[in-house]
Design a protein around this ligand. Structure first.
Ligand code: TYD
Length: 142
């Protein structure tokens, strides 16, 4: 079964040859969702922190197709982990309802983001206190 619950690094198939590198990311195959949206972030530096939100519905895969950055994930229940994005054939899978910060961008960082949903500002939770409350509520129910 496809795991859509846990944060994890993914490794994508590479079909490079003497002409250069080629990395493949197919929706529902190399990543656990159908891709509805892509966006990319560049021109950030090591003084910037991006993200700082959780999403009610969107799942994401983040790939540093050039350069490097870090992603801190937090479950709102006191657990956090830091992942390093620094290889174009790897990415991080972020399920819905994970708090994330992207930071420590190298000057040449191009961070590609694939998403399971079209953009809807109403499904973004931008208050950490609200996120913690929702995650505590969920934990108490299960
Ligand atoms: P923001 O969510 O702050 O970016 P990040 O998660 O990288 O910190 O988005 C910056 C602006 O871009 C904000 O005004 C919303 C807008 N935006 C869209 O219109 N569509 C999108 O798909 C995304 C990701 C952002």
């Amino acid at each position: 079964m496809i795991d859509r619950d846990s944060v994890r690094m993914l490794e994508f198939p590479q079909r490079g040859d003497e002409r250069g590198h080629l990395v493949i990311v197919e929706g529902n195959q190399d990543i656990p969702f159908e891709i509805k949206r892509i966006f990319y972030i560049y021109g950030s530096d090591d003084t910037v922190v991006r993200g700082q939100h959780a999403n009610l519905r969107s799942e994401f895969v983040l790939i540093n197709v050039a350069g490097r950055s870090k992603v801190r994930v937090d479950d709102g229940l006191g657990n956090e982990a830091v992942f390093h994005l620094n290889r174009p054939h790897t990415g991080i899978y972020l399920p819905k309802m994970v708090w994330k910060d992207m930071y420590d961008f190298s000057e040449d960082s191009v961070l590609l983001v694939l998403s399971s949903e079209h953009y809807d500002p109403d499904e973004y939770i931008r208050s950490y206190e609200e996120f913690e409350r929702l995650m505590r509520e969920k934990a108490n129910k299960s």
